[in-house]
Write a protein of this length. Structure first.
Lengths: 168, 175
């Protein structure tokens, strides 16, 4: 009898904990909708390359659910595009390939917008000059994005990106 | 499992409280309402330039109801509200009402002027800065709009795209 009561009480506590956790997280999610989302850049790979060759580097990035950023080719001239720039280092940026944008419709826009959401990858094709210095060094760049949700937008942000490069 | 859920709940609540304490200014209600006169706080003073280079102070508008709209040309939701504000400016100006658009565009007038012309904005635009944004509680999201009463006090705050009627009701209750 006591064991049965204890079991029932435990199940009720578990149910209550579950509801509480769900409610807390739901409210937290609602509150976070008013905060600027942070674009997380995945682990940046170490680039091992040989002089005179070409190498391709992929950068993975993730936007939190519920947010989007303009793609590199926004549909409106006033929108700020996703932009990766390599600003210094031993490698020569030859071509940058952005993720394929999604055309999504939002309540604040008459026409679909060209956006990226969730996890996406930007690849850069680098040339390694024949006279590049041997050994370890760094390739620096920036990733600029401007994010919104369906009710509000957040100021453009520029994140630093650094690749560890090892030229042989 | 139970312990995990308890932890999840604690983390959720702690996160929620942390967010409320650290990032949501006290005067930002979750649902915009016109505050009672006794609970209104004085709107921070600022000195910002308009497109002619003239310095504009909030104090210049004392005695008027002011809709202070923080916006940017790159903000899609802001563009929904702008025609409403243009209409309010036309409709309520004679009753002592003004709209002030505070643009947070990094590119300044180069971005603002063609946009304002295209959108036929009929109210004054001033170029905002981080200092002013901070004074107003840290403007994280655009649009963020403050409706200020004739005594220069904040009567309502609207974060994100809000309803046209919300603004209209707030303005009419103050005029």
């Amino acid at each position: 009898m006591l064991a049965s009561r204890a079991g029932k009480s435990s199940r009720m506590q578990l149910k209550a904990s579950y509801k509480f956790a769900a409610a807390a997280l739901a409210v937290a999610a609602l509150m976070s909708a008013q905060m600027a989302p942070t674009l997380a850049i995945g682990p940046v790979p170490t680039v091992k390359a040989h002089k005179g060759e070409v190498t391709v580097v992929s950068l993975r990035a993730v936007l939190p659910p519920g947010f989007h950023a303009n793609s590199n080719t926004p549909t409106d001239a006033y929108l700020i595009p996703l932009t990766l720039k390599w600003t210094g280092g031993p490698l020569q940026s030859d071509a940058i390939t952005y993720p394929k944008p999604a055309l999504e419709k939002y309540s604040f826009s008459d026409k679909p917008l060209s956006v990226v959401t969730g996890e996406f990858t930007i690849t850069t094709k680098f040339k390694i000059p024949a006279d590049a210095p041997s050994g370890p060094s760094a390739q620096n760049g920036t990733l600029k994005y401007q994010a919104c949700n369906d009710r509000m937008c957040f100021a453009p942000k520029t994140l630093p990106v650094t690749l560890t490069v090892n030229i042989e | 499992m139970k312990s995990f859920l308890r932890t999840l709940a604690v983390v959720g609540v702690a996160g929620l409280l942390g967010m409320v304490a650290c990032t949501v200014p006290e005067e930002l209600p979750s649902k915009p309402v016109v505050k009672s006169t006794s609970t209104r706080k004085t709107a921070p003073e600022f000195s910002l330039k308009d497109s002619t280079g003239k310095v504009v102070h909030l104090a210049d508008y004392k005695g008027k109801v002011v809709l202070l709209d923080f916006w940017a040309t790159w903000c899609g939701p802001c563009k929904i509200e702008i025609p409403w504000f243009t209409e309010f400016e036309r409709k309520y100006k004679v009753r002592g009402f003004e709209v002030l658009g505070v643009s947070m565009d990094e590119d300044g007038w180069k971005a603002i002027q063609p946009f304002a012309a295209q959108a036929a904005i009929n109210y004054r635009i001033i170029l905002g800065d981080d200092k002013t944004g901070d004074q107003y509680g840290g403007i994280e999201a655009l649009p963020t709009t403050f409706v200020i009463d004739r005594e220069g006090k904040i009567a309502s705050v609207h974060v994100g795209l809000s309803g046209r009627k919300e603004f209209q009701d707030a303005i009419e209750s103050l005029l």
